[in-house]
Ligand binder design. Structure first.
Ligand code: SAH
Ligand code: SF4
Length: 340
């Protein structure tokens, strides 16, 4: 029989398990805290657990069932990890520090591959392999904390995969990240391509993250060309779900808009976008397209700035997303999970 993986167990399950090995509840709580709060990478780190019991743990169980396979560090100090899971499949996760803030953000993956097929994105190009489990999502954060010795303060579900296509496990992960890793739900953001019924379901959850929506187009015609999800849940239905989410959470949603040269970067597009968003409480995040092949280009700087100014005239807050880690293919849409 394989070893028990401790990150898979809830605190109560861990207590039950440790008791079954002949130790007391307080010991289980110590171990729980070593794993989730004190970044233990091995049983030997658990210095207040007696040696004989550490040896027993070593024999019967393991802390993780995944590990860092490779680490790449970008010139802007963004770190991209390739994490290998127990079945040998891999996904990427990215650690970013934004210069002007003390926050350390982790961009986690929720699936291996993606089914959504957006044509500008590298993640879906190799197809879909499987959903990640709650502890596999949370472990991405733990492994990065162990590797860097730093505490992660913010989590964005913007790595590989469509989190709302794996909502049950993502709900479990939100819980682990909140309860076990002690990161406030207000510091978590989930980005989706727009699976409408799942957005509504998430708005009913007990832990509700900030919602970011991959809109990328101001109308049905353009969106349908680049995002197959538009055929199933169109931009008008999406709008209703966004209004509902924002009224339930009393929180602004983030509108993500990739700027692609000659596709969605015109003055007319900006105007149409303002019109679409006019009654929605939101911030707009413009993402200059990151190249994954030669099909699309990013607009020049002037076009990006002009688009930004036009949107700002509507009174909304507009930011242009910094390109992070492009030299190591860690920027948005570049995560393909390729093994070096
Ligand atoms: N599947 C979810 C979350 C992961 S993608 C979603 O689509 O929202 C994270 C963000 O990167 C999304 O906004 C996505 O649309 C964007 N993205 C994908 N490919 C990109 C590219 N080539 N250049 C810039 N951003 C891209
Ligand atoms: Fe999947 Fe998001 Fe990439 Fe679309 S942009 S293919 S939903 S990961």
């Amino acid at each position: 029989m394989g070893k028990i993986t401790l990150t898979k167990l809830s605190q109560d399950e861990l207590i039950e398990y440790i008791e079954s090995l002949g130790e007391k509840k307080f010991r289980a709580n110590q171990i729980f805290s070593w794993i989730w709060a004190k970044n233990a990478s091995s049983f030997d780190d658990m210095t207040d657990v007696k040696k004989e019991f550490r040896a027993l743990l070593q024999e019967k169980c393991q802390i993780f069932d995944c590990k860092i396979k490779t680490r790449q560090i970008s010139a802007d100090s963004t770190v991209k990890y390739l994490i290998e899971f127990s079945d040998g499949l891999c996904a990427e996760t990215v650690l970013m520090r934004f210069d002007n803030r003390a926050n350390l953000s982790m961009c986690v993956s929720s699936q291996i591959g993606c089914k959504m097929g957006c044509i500008f994105c590298a993640t879906g190009k190799n197809g879909f392999k499987r959903n990640l489990l709650p502890h596999e999502i949370a472990s991405q954060i733990l492994l990065a904390q162990i590797d860097t010795g730093l505490k992660i303060t913010n989590v964005v579900f913007m790595g590989q995969g469509e989190p709302l296509d794996n909502l049950e496990n993502v709900k479990g992960a939100l819980e682990l990240i909140n309860k076990n890793l002690q990161i406030s739900i207000r510091r978590m953001t989930l980005s989706t391509s727009g699976i409408v019924p799942k957005i509504n379901e998430l708005s009913e959850n007990n832990l509700i993250p900030t919602l970011a929506i991959s809109l990328h187009a101001p109308n049905h015609q353009i969106r349908e060309k680049i995002m197959p999800v538009e055929k199933k849940y169109n931009i008008n239905e999406l709008k209703k779900a966004l209004l509902n989410y924002s009224s339930k959470t009393k929180d602004r949603v983030t509108i993500e808009y990739i700027l692609i040269k000659n596709l969605n970067d015109s003055k007319e597009c900006a105007k149409e976008l303002i019109e679409y968003l006019k009654d929605l409480k939101c911030n707009i995040n413009l993402i200059p397209y990151n190249s994954i092949d030669s099909q699309f280009q990013k607009p020049d700087k002037k076009t990006i700035m002009k688009f930004k100014y036009l949107l700002e005239e509507s009174g909304k807050k507009v930011t242009v997303r910094l390109e992070r880690g492009a030299d190591i293919d860690a920027a948005c849409g570049q995560l393909a999970g390729k093994i070096q």
